[in-house]
Design a protein. Sequence first.
Length: 351
Amino acid sequence: MGSEHGGLDYAKLRSEGISPDDILDFSVSINPDPLPERVLKRIRQSCITRYPDSGCELLREKIAKYNNLNNTDSILVVNGTSQGMHLIVQALLEQDETVCIVTPTYSEYYDACSLKTDKINLIEMKSDKGFHFDIPLITEQLKAKEPRLLWLCSPNNPTGNYLTEKEFKEICHTCLQTGTTFILDEAYICFVAEKLRYNSIRENVIILRSMTKDFSIPGLRLGYLMGDPALISRIKHWQPEWSISGPAQDAGSACFEEIDYFKNSWKNTSSKMKNMMKDLEALGFQTFPSCSNFFLLKVSDRDALKDHLWKDLILVRDCASFHLDNFIRIGIGTDKANLKLLNSIREYREG
């Protein structure tokens, strides 16, 4: 009962008389921990009787501080990273220009670009190589196609693979040579171990970040872009006024004030993911290493497993939109939810 991008299909649930509150939703990759009470209080107290700050000044200051940036002009707050993707296409891609997308990955990159061009080249990473980023192939295609935009997600959705700093620098260098703007989607970066992270801010890179996933506020739709102020200014030109509601801005600001709580939450979620993977491997399933809060599970019959789980009102991510057969993506939930999922899969395996 999920949508193409994961999450609940509310119309189907209503038609079957099922409450969304009864679903254990592993099809999304959202921080499973509850919001701190101080964040909830700020949301409740948010003013909805006047227009919000269209410049998101306070929130941008907090984002800048968190990312060690001196200039808030290099930040654009967006109504979820999906809005950011469409704004980038409107601002930076001319009609019929060439684009490269490293796949398998989030389909919205393709959908957004297809509004402007049919010249979309997919650079496919292979399952038999663990979906690891093939840097020689990526740089070879950049030199051959000289695309206007390169889209790459790191950690990648749905594989969980994360670019090393060396790999990132090599792609950046090639993009400079080919005149390509590198769109780096770091929607899941908060779940990457801090010892593996690096500064991805470069002159030819636009970074996408998701506060929706970091802070578990998907209903408020919140994210941000970082990049060269000149590029950010061009992109902002296409953003409608008041895109970011007052409650969303207040929630984002309050969450950054509770950053220590969330850092601990991200670390714990990553630990839970590793435990879940080990438990499923013990049942004989193949999993793929992930640096995020989700992972890929290879199964013999995706639809049969999905149907079995749905009997327990458990939803997992169908990877059809990633063009991956007999794979499902599992996002990590609470301890109680994770145990119920594991028991249901064990029952399926033993049945």
